[in-house]
Design a protein around this ligand. Structure first.
Ligand SMILES: [Ca+2]
Length: 191
């Protein structure tokens, strides 16, 4: 003989609300499978500036003729990544400035490399601003990709097949003509 069912519905304590499952960590940005990153010092400009704000630490800043023609500063609100980005503004009538590092890594010779970075421009009404890559070889090989006008952060990249006799590879950013540009998240990789 079966026991009778209990009459009525037994009051039940409210089930505890299960803790939400932890959100899956976002997948890291997919890098091309066979690319190899080359170390870039102070690639995100988090380390700060050289004395008198002449350039970002670990970088060289050069410009046509007048060394005071471009002014460098850290953008500490609205950086593309991290806490800081590097900005440069033309303040005298000179045609260009270059923000560069160089490598003599012999393993790069004859390889294809990609330079990418975040770029923001404001009133860049001349050639514009963006990544710049040069191989000291015979003949010199160089490439750039410049954003013009005024726009928010965008990712720009250039690629260059390095000549087999490339002794030095220079990489960085340029601003050609008037305006202001900010840079961040510089990345150099061998494809
Ligand atoms: Ca940064």
């Amino acid at each position: 003989m079966r026991a009778g069912c209990a009459s009525g519905v037994e009051p039940r304590a409210a089930a505890p609300v299960p803790a939400p499952a932890p959100a899956a960590a976002p997948a890291p940005a997919a890098a091309p499978v066979q690319s190899r990153a080359i170390t870039v010092a102070n690639a995100g400009f988090e380390a700060g500036m050289k004395a008198q704000n002449r350039c970002a630490l670990s970088w060289d800043c050069t410009m046509h003729n007048d060394p005071g023609s471009f002014r460098f500063s850290l953008l500490e609100s609205g950086a593309a990544a991290g806490a800081r980005s590097l900005c440069v503004e033309r303040v005298a009538n000179e045609p260009w400035m270059l923000l560069t590092q160089a490598t003599q890594d012999a393993s790069l010779r004859g390889k294809r490399v990609r330079l990418s970075m975040q770029v923001r421009v404001e009133g860049a009404t001349g050639g514009g601003a963006g990544p710049w890559l040069l191989a000291q070889a015979r003949p010199v090989a160089n490439v750039s990709r410049l954003a013009k006008g005024t726009s928010g952060w965008q990712s720009l990249s250039v690629e260059l097949a390095l000549p087999a006799d490339a002794q030095v590879v220079e990489f960085g950013a340029t601003l050609e003509g008037p305006g202001k540009a900010c840079f961040d998240e510089v990345r150099l990789e061998v494809l």
